[in-house]
Design a protein around this ligand. Structure first.
Ligand code: GTP
Ligand code: MG
Length: 354
């Protein structure tokens, strides 16, 4: 708390510091000159006549790129959604919900944090057995190659896997440049009864048999939003002075249509039994913004057989209606506007809308 207050005070001070232009053309008009002069009274403008680029930026801008890694289903996407304050990443109770990396962006004052959600780390055996997309492998390397810090998410409640940093994670950690920070995030602590067990876990996971090089350890419940703010404040404090990677309006590098299909797909993963959701394809049919600012989205669901289409529909369309309501709510939170969602289940000879 004290740290947070300290940081905010620091930000408030720096927000009023210098602005400068990276390209003020020597043929600048009088009008522009006047504007610069007017601004310089309040913001101390520095003008370098020979600089090339056009954009104007604040010299207080800071940024940090954080790759979030872990085994499947440990809560990586749930955590990122909490960290950025909107559910841009699909999340579900089944493994392999995240199939591709995604940048989720959080902005506070002059700082932009970019969280990279990644597919769960898989064994070569699972990769082949489940015929997983190549992104399950290459997106991990891509995410690690340009990040400033790595967050390893561990399910603290898992009966067998909680007390060992998995070999798949160790391989990634050992590949990191020596100066790149890694932090350990113990998630799902709401499922643990004993706090003593948690401290023992920290000792073991940061011990010589696991990874003693973690810079810091956080204990959180992403589901209950417990402890997440500490991670965010820590990362805000660590951010580096440099240009933002994304415009202030950007919330993710994923197109809105893709966010819509991924959220619908993740809801079907929860709603459908066992392996069934993995055989279902989800695509965008219509994506539009209405004059009142609300969004109208139609998502099509393709199933390998009509029998599966019927299961996806549920009795009298009950299942697809529940999915549509849940996805619609989540999409409204993502886009911060009213969303009207329809899900079209494709049968071999006709389309049905719900
Ligand atoms: N009890 C509890 N459940 C959690 C917590 N965080 C996430 N979960 C649940 O764990 C399940 C998996 O969450 P995801 O965020 O999809 O996990 P993931 O690591 O992104 O999974 P993949 O993308 O499949 O690798 C969901 O059912 C979440 O609700 C937590 O802090 N506590
Ligand atoms: Mg995920």
């Amino acid at each position: 708390m004290i740290m947070t207050i300290g940081r905010n005070i620091f930000r408030i001070k720096t927000r009023f510091s210098r602005y400068y232009s990276l390209n003020i053309n020597p043929t600048i008009t009088d009008n522009v000159n006047q504007n610069i002069h007017a601004l310089s009274n309040t913001n101390d403008i520095i003008v370098e006549q020979n600089w090339e680029h056009k954009q104007i930026r604040r010299d207080t801008d800071k940024s940090l790129r954080i790759a979030i890694l872990g085994l499947p289903n440990v809560g990586k996407s749930t955590l990122i959604n909490r960290l950025v304050g909107r559910p841009v990443c699909g999340m579900s109770s089944k493994v392999h919900t995240t199939k591709k990396k995604l940048d989720a962006i959080y902005i506070e004052d002059d700082t932009q944090l970019i969280f990279v959600d990644t597919p769960g780390l898989v064994t070569n055996h699972d990769f082949k057995k489940f015929k997983l997309n190549p992104t399950f492998k290459c997106d991990i390397d891509k995410s690690l190659s340009n990040c400033d810090i790595v967050g390893i998410v561990q399910d603290a409640s898992h009966p067998f896997k909680s007390s060992k940093i998995d070999e798949r994670i160790m391989v990634c950690l050992k590949k990191l440049p020596p100066n790149l920070r890694s932090i350990l995030i113990l998630n799902k602590i709401d499922k643990l009864k004993s706090k003593k067990k948690l401290l023992e876990l920290v000792d073991v996971l940061t011990g010589a048999d696991n990874w003693p090089n973690f810079s810091d350890v956080f204990m959180v419940s992403a589901l209950k939003d417990d402890g997440v703010i500490d991670i965010r404040n820590y990362l805000l404090d660590m951010s580096e002075s440099r240009d933002w990677e994304y415009d202030p309006e950007t919330i993710t590098d994923s197109p809105p249509e893709k966010i819509a299909t991924e959220i619908v797909r993740s809801k079907f993963m929860d709603a459908l039994p066992e392996e069934l959701p993995y055989s279902v394809g989800v695509g965008i049919e219509h994506f539009g913004t209405l004059p009142d600012g609300s969004m109208s989205i139609v998502v099509a669901v393709k199933c390998p057989t009509d029998r599966i289409s019927k299961i996806v529909m549920g009795k009298h369309g009950a299942r697809v209606k529940i999915v549509a309501i849940q996805a619609e709510q989540e999409l409204s939170q993502v886009f911060k506007t009213t969303v009207r969602l329809k899900i079209a289940i494709k049968f071999s000879d006709k389309n049905e809308l719900c």
